[in-house]
Design a protein around this ligand. Structure first.
Ligand SMILES: C[S@@+](CC[C@H](N)C(=O)[O-])C[C@H]1O[C@@H](n2cnc3c(N)ncnc32)[C@H](O)[C@@H]1O
Length: 412
């Protein structure tokens, strides 16, 4: 059974009332599949390669299905298996590994039962570890060695997910980490005077957290710390809102060594948060209303008025225009790659949108770019941006929508 939302998205029934988990799992699925496919392409150069999915707080947790299809365990295993199948067709052998860490006795028993039940379906070296993530770091390090790995850190709150545990695993090359930072919990407790809460929060951020930090400042701090403590080059986050209330439930924070991971993260964000989430939330609000009033709307579910991703994406386009002149004035000419690495960490836009935006400015004469052929429309990594000519922004009513068209010299 599934409940539907305007135009095609079908949300499995078991996610009803926890649609934020569905969104999290959509991000996870999309990210891991492409990540595994990209990494496995290394096999084309080096022969055999083993890639790992490491689920550091695995569950199963709040799973509504006996086959646990609605868990990160199932999603992670299937995603790496799909990537290996893709490469097998091209004639390359990819070895797969997966590690699951679960502390709760009952959940661990269910994890084991699930893994045994599916043993024959996976060609994956699987390790289930019973205990706290922090106490299993050395064992995980030993198992994965120098292999590429995707680390998923999804604690129930923040307890047990100290940054010093993530660091040794994330430090090595070809490691990506995604941490679920539970903003609604942290926000409630960040001003607490309880010693054990302060200690746990300090361990989670690997620094003191001031009670008066705004949401934005808190995440800036987490991203900066993740890069610093774990020796990562890039960090970015995406926001998952409460399905029925317009406020942040949690953010998924990416830490990565390679800019392609950053690009992938922003692509996945646009697909899941931009295209799918408004429809998922519309259906969630409708179902919530039915539960409270016993009545369905006569009209089909409406998309929410507030489109968080849409707003963030538009803000990103304006920010690029605002920041670019200063960057060029202070630092001189910049390659597209340098700018993309910087913008994509903080701004919510995929690299192709950035390339298109700059390409349009270049066509209209606002941007001087070195290394671009006359017929090229989009900027690429090696293109060098030499100068940018400012123009006044014309106010355009939101109904006319698209900022690509609204910005002078960017239309068309
Ligand atoms: C939010 S749930 C994980 C959900 C799962 N990642 C998913 O998306 O389907 C967190 C899980 O971590 C377990 N857990 C809590 N503290 C832990 C710790 N320190 N080490 C390992 N597991 C822990 C909990 O028992 C729970 O099953």
């Amino acid at each position: 059974m599934a409940f539907s939302v305007p135009s095609v998205i079908q949300i499995p029934e078991e996610y009803r009332g926890r649609e934020q988990t569905y969104i999290k799992h959509r991000v996870l699925n999309q990210y891991i599949q492409s990540w595994a496919q990209k990494l496995a392409s290394v096999a084309r150069q080096f022969g055999r390669v083993r890639i790992w999915y490491v689920d550091c707080f695995s569950g199963p947790w709040e799973s509504g299905l006996t086959n646990h299809e609605d868990t990160s365990i199932h999603i992670g295993l299937n995603a790496i298996q799909d990537a290996a199948a893709f490469w097998k067709i091209q004639g390359y052998q990819i070895d797969l590994g997966a590690i699951f860490v679960e502390k709760d006795d009952e959940a661990y028993a269910r994890l084991q039962a699930y893994l045994i039940s599916r043993k024959d379906q996976f060609q994956i070296q699987i390790h289930a570890l019973h205990g706290e993530f922090g106490s299993k770091v050395a064992e995980i390090e030993r198992l994965i060695g120098n292999d590429p790995a995707f680390l998923f850190v999804d604690p129930t709150g923040w307890k047990g997910a100290a940054m010093k545990y993530i660091a040794p695993l994330a430090k090595k090359e070809r490691r990506d980490v995604v941490v679920n930072v539970m903003y609604d919990h942290i926000n409630r407790f960040k001003g607490s005077n309880l010693d054990y809460v302060r200690k746990q929060l300090t361990e989670f951020f690997e620094t003191e957290v001031s009670a008066d930090l705004s949401e934005e400042a808190l995440f800036q701090l987490y991203r900066d710390q993740l890069k610093r403590v774990c020796g990562l080059k890039y960090a970015a986050d995406l926001t998952v809102e409460d399905p029925c209330r317009d406020r942040t439930k949690f953010r998924l924070v990416l830490g990565a060594h390679h800019h392609r991971a950053l690009e992938l993260f922003r692509d996945v964000e646009k697909t899941v948060l931009g295209d799918e989430t408004p429809r998922i939330r519309a259906a969630a609000k409708d179902a919530d209303k039915f539960e409270r009033t016993g009545q369905y709307s006569l009209l089909p579910p409406r998309l929410p008025n507030e489109d968080l991703y849409g707003n963030l994406h538009q803000e990103a386009l304006v920010e690029v225009e605002r920041r670019l002149p200063t960057i060029l004035a202070v630092r001189g000419p910049q390659t597209f790659r340098t700018l993309a690495n910087e913008f994509l960490q903080e701004l919510h836009l995929p690299v192709r949108d950035l390339g298109t935006l700059l390409g349009k400015w270049r066509s209209s004469g606002r941007l001087t770019v070195d290394g671009m052929r006359p017929r090229e429309k989009t900027l690429k990594d090696s293109h060098v941006i030499l100068a940018f000519y400012e123009a006044k922004i014309v106010a355009v009513p939101p109904s006319q929508g698209n900022l690509f068209d609204a910005l002078p010299g960017v239309g068309g």
